[in-house]
Design a protein around this ligand. Sequence first.
Ligand code: PGA
Length: 382
Amino acid sequence: MRLIIREDPKAVAYYTANYVRQRINEFKATRSRPFVLGLPTGSTPVEVYWHLVDFYKRGELSFRNVVTFSMDEYVGLPRTHPESYCSFMRRHLYDHINLRSENIHMLDGNAEDLAAECQRYEDKIKEVGGIELFLGGIGPDGHIAFNEPGSSLESVTRVKTLAYETVLANARFFGGDVNKVPKLALTVGVGTVRAAREVLLIITGAHKAVALAKCIEEGVNHMWTLSVVQLHPSAMVVCDEDATLELHVKTVRYFKSIEQVQEQLIGRQNIGLKGSISKLSHADAQGLYTSAPQPPSEPDSNASAEPDLSEEMGQSDVDEEEYVAYSDAGKSFKATLMPVDDSAGSSGELHDGASPSATRAAVAAVGGPFQIPPSPQNSTIC
Ligand code: PGA
């Protein structure tokens, strides 16, 4: 499992949206081989959706061959109610992009036979080849979709009674009145999420810090259903600093160091989007054992066999785990990188069109090639 930590919810939203954009673009979906995306509701993904709409409007992302499945829906709430998840998804995403209407799948919380509706959903997911990427939020009680504490980790789409904590949390969307919050929902199951080929959870805020700690530092447990991502072969959690408050310092440092070492010493161009290290050129391999990259034709025979970055950084008092990085110019820096568009990797064409080394130096200075852009300008979205 990967844990990506960003400073605040805005940075989390941009990282996530950019990741989804890259996954869809890399997939090269066609009508007969669509990209199947599972999507959440809630306040956490709203800004992710803004960015996806923005990418679409700028011509950087098309949903023409994307198929979507929403995670859940209230039972008994009219579809046209502003707080139905159908209205939510239309308001924040579907009405603003080029998704084909037949590719949009939502649960019908007003179906006469709710069990049959749930079965129809599972069948439909299978029919399109399964979910490629499941994007999810969590509740403070650790639920994924509406899989409340105690849900079977094998569960599939079904009717679920909402936990009182969830009803309370959602009362804010119903004028603060818990009586107006539906108490039943249809939701994909934990097993449905697990069956996706990739799971990406976004977690922000101190109120979700306990859930994140349970997810990462404790065992797989049906009382914290998000912990099931530990069993998933391709899972990523993107969280903000506040959400890490209950994690051990050691855990946070570990995940930060993994990301920094991969991005900066192994090289973005050698890392697949999903974090796999696919190849390592001679030059890159050398970078792993020296404090600064050396050209392959001029190997540094005095290079230490182990990395010793502390002296270079003038931070001899830090743990080995608190990794730092270098720039092409040989100038030391410490940075938090955000994902780089793959087209930037080997071609050296980054977003600002600068040369690779100049750009890397710039990245060093500002902390990443992607700065958080303003929310979409013409706010027809909400
Ligand atoms: P939130 O809800 O994004 O509004 O916090 C997420 C959830 O309850 O799943």
